[in-house]
Design a protein around this ligand. Sequence first.
Ligand SMILES: C[S@@+](CC[C@H](N)C(=O)[O-])C[C@H]1O[C@@H](n2cnc3c(N)ncnc32)[C@H](O)[C@@H]1O
Length: 305
Amino acid sequence: MSESAHIPVLMDEVLAALDPKPGQTLVDCTAGLGGHSSRIAQRLGPSGRVVLFDLDAGNLARATETVGVALGDPARVVPIHRSFAWVERELAQRGITGDLLLADLGFASNQMDDPQRGFSFRQDGPLDMRLDPSGPVTAADLIAQLPERELADLIFRYGEDRLSRRIARTIVEERQKQPMSTTGRLASVVEQAYPPAARRGPIHAATRTFQALRIAVNDEIGNLESLLAAIVRQSESHEWLSAGARVAIISFHSLEDRPVKQAFAQLASSERARLIHRKPVFASEGEIARNARSRSARLRALELL
Ligand SMILES: C[S@@+](CC[C@H](N)C(=O)[O-])C[C@H]1O[C@@H](n2cnc3c(N)ncnc32)[C@H](O)[C@@H]1O
């Protein structure tokens, strides 16, 4: 497998939850390399349509091509290089109504594996972390500019690291000596902030700080909340999702799963949607053995009424 491959997680479970039918319109909020969308597109056929969102223009282009082939009519793929936070406006402007909506949150393996993107502390590279490389703020900007208190709050809120204050203090001390512009340097500074005993834990000391910066650089929780608010509004007006539309969201940590769970519960309790699963669906042991990334994936799905 090439370095930049991305294996779609919970593929069979997504197909079962969305139950795609010929001629339907899929809105894939996170095209990635088009893995999920291609499989779904094969069921939609050439009378179907696929709208693809991605912040990463490179991924969007690759997904557009792959999904066009899978659908059997490239002209029925609609690529949109914008955050899925804008899904409502982008679909309404084009007069498109979706029957199926998928969001497979976070980053794709090819983004994580490319040291130049700066997502990984395992390989040295520029401290970037933008999903959209034309976006305004990099992780290096946040590290250079945030006051210590805000840095600590960010690492606590988005990284859930109890050592956030120590980490922020060490970062501020170190950035005064020399600007911090690489993933390797940040990783070693965070490690330095950890007491030696805590460094021996099951995950690398920098894991949570890197997660926090990535979430902040890309406003991941804000984007997700906008998408969920649009789905909740939609359940009353059916302007860009049809009545009976199915929605599936895959999240990778509790910060993402919490707002999804709450929005879905709100829709179900007001009888505007039916939950497809009572509990989130996790990857099987077999899938986890084949694809370690699926270990933390959880799928929630609903049908709008
Ligand atoms: C986990 S990958 C999706 C993989 C895809 N399901 C597949 O099977 O190939 C997530 C993708 O969503 C994109 N992304 C993340 N947040 C986004 C947002 N707010 N709006 C649009 N795309 C986003 C990332 O750039 C990345 O390509």
